[in-house]
Design a protein. Structure first.
Lengths: 334, 78
């Protein structure tokens, strides 16, 4: 078996799970200041309080996995994206502590509200910058990053950043549509309709700009019969978008959330099709970046042991906290 | 970094400049210092307020979730 492929698949799935799970709780943070009232904000924070830190575990799997399985990718991606990665880290610090301090604050509550919103927003934007910067390509010479500190900054990466904010906002709004009731739910549903429009525009723009920017990706999608073979991806994306609006207009509770996840999954598959087999586009492949066989096997054994446990407790946590969230209990004042 | 194999100076990134690292380290110090300040403020506030008086009724009637601020961090009953 091809160990590099297995490892890349594991990391890819881990990052996808991270995007979906932390996506909705970061989205709740992005929507935070726009909530109708203080009670709605308490409910919103309670709806993600039991699960948000577990959701971020998957980011550690992505980063740790990259270091262990693909050290060359780790050593080129992190210097290339030093600034956005630092922005991501600092944003996550502010957002994480806001959960704890907001609960204990009286007069300074508004500060922690701002930290929660600002941290969620900037963390999401930084992740979008990373995606945009990766699609653009990273200058790698002799397995080392050889570009400048701000290579990642471009109109395209700003577009993917904004698209990410709309996308996580959409996941958050659909999550709240599922987890809240009454006024908050109505507001979340309206927000989801607006944000879904933004997400679809951003997805369309990225899908058009990517093949124009990189001829190799255009060849991947449109060369020979590839266009026919890959047609299910855009078709399924469009179907998912239709399902999302159908669920929102029909005031369904679960359908919009799972359709929004579907939108992310198809977008992610599209991205994988564009970039494969490169782990650091445009030239560093998963085999170029792979660690020696012995460390691959050692680390894969560890993953095989811990991954089922993480999946198990994640499932358990969500089943314990299923149902509607309220403004009381959890982190709220009693 | 690895005894007898790799010197620290050889393992340092040639791209990330000292200024970059100094900048992010300074931000880390400021951020963590700020958090520590907020933590001390909250701690002194908690001490000033003092512990809550035990409820007059027997504690068995009280749902566990009310005694602890967070699920899983339930304060044990006396």
């Amino acid at each position: 078996m091809d160990l590099a492929l297995i490892a890349a698949g594991t990391i890819a799935v881990g990052i996808l799970i991270y995007v979906i799970l932390d996506g909705f709780d970061l989205g709740v943070g992005i929507l935070f200041p726009f909530a109708p009232n203080e009670r709605a904000r308490d409910t919103m924070i309670n709806s993600v309080a039991p699960v948000w830190d577990g959701n971020e575990t998957w980011l550690i799997l992505g980063g740790g996995g990259l270091l262990v399985f693909f050290p060359v990718a780790y050593a080129t991606v992190l210097p290339a994206f030093y600034v956005p990665v630092m922005l991501l880290l600092f944003s996550l610090i502010f957002r994480g502590i806001a959960f704890e301090f907001r609960h204990g604050a009286d007069t300074s509550k508004y500060l922690w509200d701002r930290a929660f919103f600002g941290g969620s927003l900037m963390a999401t934007f930084a992740q979008g910058l990373l995606v945009g910067g990766l699609i653009q390509g990273v200058t790698v010479v002799n397995q080392r990053f050889a570009g400048g500190m701000f290579d990642w900054f471009s109109p395209f990466s700003v577009l993917t950043g904004l698209g990410m904010v709309a996308g996580y906002g959409l996941l958050g709004a659909c999550w709240l549509n599922m987890k809240t009731e009454g006024e908050t739910q109505l507001w979340a549903r309206r927000a989801a309709m607006i944000l879904a429009g933004g997400v679809l525009i951003a997805m369309a723009a990225v899908s058009i700009m990517t093949p124009l920017m990189r001829p190799a990706i255009a060849e991947r999608w449109f060369g020979g019969i590839n266009a026919l073979l890959l047609a299910p991806i855009p078709i399924m994306t469009a179907l998912n978008a239709a399902l999302l609006y159908y669920g929102l207009i029909g005031e369904r509770e679960r359908l919009p959330f799972f359709s929004a996840i579907g939108l992310f999954v198809w977008g992610y598959i599209g991205l994988a099709v564009s970039l494969y087999p490169n782990i650091v586009p445009p030239s560093l492949s998963i085999w170029d970046a792979a660690a020696p066989r012995s460390s691959m096997i050692f680390a894969l054994c560890g993953v095989a042991l811990t991954l089922p446990m993480i999946l198990g407790y994640t499932y358990y946590a969500y089943s314990v906290f299923k149902g509607k969230a309220s403004a009381h209990g959890g982190y709220a004042k009693h | 970094m690895i005894y007898g194999v790799l010197r620290t100076s050889d393992s340092a990134s040639p791209i990330i400049s000292g200024t970059m690292i100094a900048t992010s380290l300074t931000i880390f110090l400021i951020v963590y210092g700020g958090i520590f300040g907020a933590y001390m403020y909250y701690l002194t506030k908690l001490i000033r307020v003092g512990p809550a008086l035990p409820p007059p009724e027997d504690e068995e009637d009280m749902p566990e979730a009310i005694r602890g601020a967070r699920p899983g961090l339930v304060v044990p009953a006396e």
